[in-house]
Design a protein around this ligand. Structure first.
Ligand code: ADP
Ligand code: MG
Length: 396
């Protein structure tokens, strides 16, 4: 049976444009003999749209004109309705369900806030719709660089020294916050908004003055800021992991090429023809020119990191390797990587179309696994409370 796959992209995120490219790459490469791709575009204002006009990347030059050619439609959170409902909803005397399109699987191509952080995953859980990538927890912790590092540390995975603070505490007493950082870390440091991506809001600081400037930038993007020691003259090595639970495989490793102090938004998307191909367009060496034992070490660590955050689908784990000592540190995980990291799997023989197939299979498998759980408990609690809830104590 042909499956209806809602390919979802865009969103209220600073990585909105990167997500549009990833989404359209999925639609272009999905196996059209097995799946019907339904584009679901979430605008920067957070409104949902579907329609043929969304298939053509040229139409995104003028989004307001594009949206006039589309219909608003939303996924209902009601369990098992599994319908992308056209908005405003039209029901009839004899027709209770609103007009819409059946959705068998949601293919998530979001990057950043409200799409890669567990929000949309929560809605799809309520709706009972299988979806690609990790669940609510894996998405949430994968997005928050502080909690991600806390979990890596508690799993004895190699990470750099770091500390963090709330924006409001910094604003209350910047001097104290800066002193606290200097008491724990050595310069140079990297300052990052806790929940962001694509190198936006990130700055390297070598002095107290630069640190203060860097914090002033980062606090504009998030209520929490992480500060971490810089790996000296690092090699950047990325590795992708695919699977679920502990059935995991690792891709070849890549070494992205940076033209600046560190891998910036420009490096990632605006060199070569990155504007057309997203992460695929960035300059990189595959396989990464590092010793075999280091490649193996990184692949193992990538799988451990994936498992520690209860991820599923495909993720890209980014490493920093100290050039002199070749000491390996996990920098971060991208639970919905740019272009689904297909360029890391193709050289190993997994074509983009096959990768998409695998991710949909994993999504269906995760849903089946969840259906094995029971979600109700026989109790006469409410019968007992039928004489009124005064004095009842709900202790969960
Ligand atoms: N601790 C660090 N030491 C050295 N370079 C770093 C460090 N943290 C980040 N960088 C550089 O900054 C880039 C962006 O940081 P990253 O944590 O990956 O943020 P994002 O989620 O925005 O990609 C990295 O690709 C790397 O070039
Ligand atoms: Mg990164």
């Amino acid at each position: 049976m042909m499956l209806n796959v809602a390919v979802m992209f865009g969103g209220r995120s600073v990585e909105h444009e990167v997500s549009v490219i990833t989404g359209l790459q999925i639609i272009e490469n999905i196996d059209k003999s097995k799946y019907r791709a339904i584009p679901v575009y979430i605008s920067k204002e957070g409104r949902w749209y579907t329609g043929e006009a969304l298939f053509d990347i040229r139409n995104y030059q003028d989004v307001s004109c594009l949206l006039k050619k589309c219909r608003e439609a939303v996924l209902f959170p009601s369990y098992n309705l599994k319908t992308l409902c056209f908005y405003p909803f039209k029901t009839g005397l004899f027709k209770k369900e609103p007009d819409g399109i059946r959705v068998d699987v949601a293919f998530l191509a979001f990057h950043g806030a409200f799409g890669e952080d567990g929000c949309i995953q929560g809605l799809l859980e309520l709706a009972g719709i299988p979806y690609t990538g990790p669940g609510v927890v894996g998405s949430g912790v994968g997005m928050d660089k502080i909690i991600m590092k806390d979990i890596f540390r508690s799993n004895d995975l190699p990470i750099v020294n770091y500390t963090w603070f709330f924006r409001k505490n910094y604003e209350k007493d910047p001097e104290a916050a800066i002193k606290n950082v200097e008491s724990k870390l050595n310069y140079p440091v990297f300052v990052k908004p806790a929940n962001l991506g694509s190198s936006i809001g990130i700055t390297k600081a070598k002095t107290r003055e630069e640190l203060i400037d860097a914090v002033e930038i980062a606090i504009r993007y998030d209520r929490k800021v992480i500060i971490e020691e810089a790996v000296q003259d690092p090699l950047e090595i990325n590795c992708s992991v695919m699977g679920m639970d502990d059935e995991l495989s690792a891709s070849l490793c890549e070494m992205p090429v940076s033209w600046q102090e560190f891998l910036s938004y420009e490096d990632k998307y605006l060199h070569n023809d990155g504007a057309k191909t997203g992460m695929k367009g960035a300059s990189r060496k595959i396989p990464a020119p590092i010793p075999e034992d280091k490649t193996e070490e990184i692949k193992q660590l990538a799988k451990q990191a994936f498992k520690a955050l209860d991820c599923a689908g495909v993720a890209r784990i980014d490493f920093l390797v100290e050039r002199e000592s070749m000491k390996v540190y996990i920098n971060e995980i991208n639970t919905i990587p740019g272009s689904m990291a297909f360029y890391l799997w193709e050289p190993g023989g997994v074509k983009f179309q096959k990768l998409i197939d695998n991710l949909i299979e994993i999504a269906l498998e995760r849903r089946r696994e969840q259906e094995n759980n029971i979600y109700s408990f026989d109790t006469n609690l409410l019968k007992k409370a039928s004489s009124g809830i005064k004095g009842a104590k709900a202790r969960n």
